[in-house]
Ligand binder design. Sequence first.
Ligand SMILES: [Zn+2]
Ligand SMILES: [Zn+2]
Length: 174
Amino acid sequence: MHSFSRSNSITSLSSACSDMDDTMQIFVKTITGDTLPITVPSSTSISTLRQLIALRTNLPAQDLRLVHAGKHLITSAKSDPSLAECSITRDSTLHLAMPLRGGAPKKIRCSFKECKDAAQRIVGDCGFCSGHFCGRHRLLEDHKCSGLEDCKKECHQQNADKLNSERTVAIKGV
Ligand SMILES: [Zn+2]
Ligand SMILES: [Zn+2]
């Protein structure tokens, strides 16, 4: 009796292992052109996979960028999809890409007419005409923004709202 229940539990254990949710082999092509076979469950997250690859390649995990079917597999604190969610299936091949050296994004030129100055990052972006401008042209008036009319209305409306709410607060405060 004893031995029966024992063998029974072994059977159930091994069958649990074999259906261990579709473990699959995928391939990772490294920068040097080597192909690394990796066996993982399809529920593995991209960040876990990156850690595994880092161990296998001795490259720092944060430097590894994974590309599948031409798309970068991007993870963040909020989003860390599984292989299945990225449509990575058995025998899929991923590619490794290293971050661009130098890191700095390409300089953007001011969008204003003939201006050759470099556009300012972030503060030089105009949300109304989607242009990028230098320090001299970043103000709506200075680049004769095509979205200016809308902006004036919006600013006016915002000011009016602000005044109204301030007034309400002042009244309440009395
Ligand atoms: Zn400019
Ligand atoms: Zn503009």
